[in-house]
Write a protein that binds this ligand. Structure first.
Ligand code: AKG
Length: 290
């Protein structure tokens, strides 16, 4: 099975067929939403950020214990309103030293580039995207989270099957993912894999603070219907819109090709933001719209 693919309308707003596909599947694939030049500009900016990033500034956080230490937990927990750099597990040797050039060692940068960097801001605060979000039912969009996901050659790790509302929860659920392929993504380099139609079944896990600890709580059935998985191959420039309850994952990238993507998560500010969510922003950085 494969999902329908669409091309963007001139002003970005969805056609009735797009809205129908999104409501039915929980996914909406729009090829060529961004031009190759727009993708290249974001990749060049990302490259510049990595160039200016000195791994030594965070080496003590990741050394030896990898990403499991208390310091690594805090580095993540405090990243909601910052631009922070996260490494792949396979980037470190047994004594905690980086075994790769930093450009091929990173898993992601997150989580507020859309507010802190002008190039990311321009890519994200695209009025065609605003029209799309509105047409899909987000009444008062708030740009809550952004990530560059590198999926580097050979060591790009898998992302387990999840629903985005597990991590960015509102009542009612409103989070919507806008995932852009900055490079061709297919089955050989770890493209997104989704399970269409399951979003109608509700939230299965919630990742929230209990006291000062982040805890994953089971709410529903454990196993995803893997037999219904579809590969969401995405040529460069493709936008995949993900309903907050649509389960998705990506496989490791064992290929020699990278698979850079940019994911922007939007909530509806007319809903209630769950105070136990991991992502926190300073009062001087309120969630803004498009
Ligand atoms: O890019 C990936 O591999 C996973 C992205 C993802 O899970 C997300 O944006 O929610």
């Amino acid at each position: 099975m494969s999902l329908p693919r669409f091309t963007p309308t001139p002003d970005g707003s969805p056609t009735p067929a797009m809205v129908e596909a999104y409501r039915r599947d929980g996914f909406l694939i729009i090829d060529g939403f961004k031009t190759p030049a727009e993708c290249d500009a974001l990749r060049a900016r990302t490259h510049g950020l990595v160039e200016n990033f000195d791994p030594a500034t965070v080496a003590s956080i990741f050394e030896a214990s990898g990403s499991q230490s208390h310091a690594a937990d805090r580095y993540f927990q405090e990243s909601g309103d910052k631009m922070r750099f996260f490494f792949e597990k396979g980037a470190f040797g047994p004594t905690g030293e980086l075994v790769r050039d930093k450009h091929g060692a990173l898993n992601k940068i997150g989580h507020a580039m859309h507010d802190l960097d002008p190039v990311f801001e321009a890519f994200s605060r695209d009025q065609r995207l605003a029209a799309l979000a509105k047409g899909l039912g987000i009444a008062d969009p708030g740009l809550i989270q952004s990530m560059i996901i590198f999926k580097p050659p050979q060591i790009g790790g898998e992302v387990n099957c999840h629903q985005d509302a597990t991590f960015l929860h509102t009542e009612p659920v409103s989070v919507t993912g806008f995932w852009f392929a900055l490079e061709d993504a297919d089955e050989t380099n770890g493209c997104l894999i989704g399970i269409p139609g399951v979003h109608a079944g509700g939230l299965r896990e919630l990742f929230q603070y209990q006291g000062d600890k982040l805890v994953m709580t089971k709410l529903g059935e454990k196993d995803w219907p893997a037999e219904r998985e579809v590969c969401l191959a995405a040529p460069k420039g493709t936008l995949v819109v993900l309903h907050g309850l649509a389960p998705h994952r990506s496989a490791p990238n064992a290929s020699p090709r990278s698979r850079e993507a940019y994911a922007l998560h939007v909530i509806d500010r007319q809903t209630r933001w769950s105070p136990g969510n991991w992502l926190r922003r300073a009062p001087e950085m309120p969630v803004r719209g498009f």
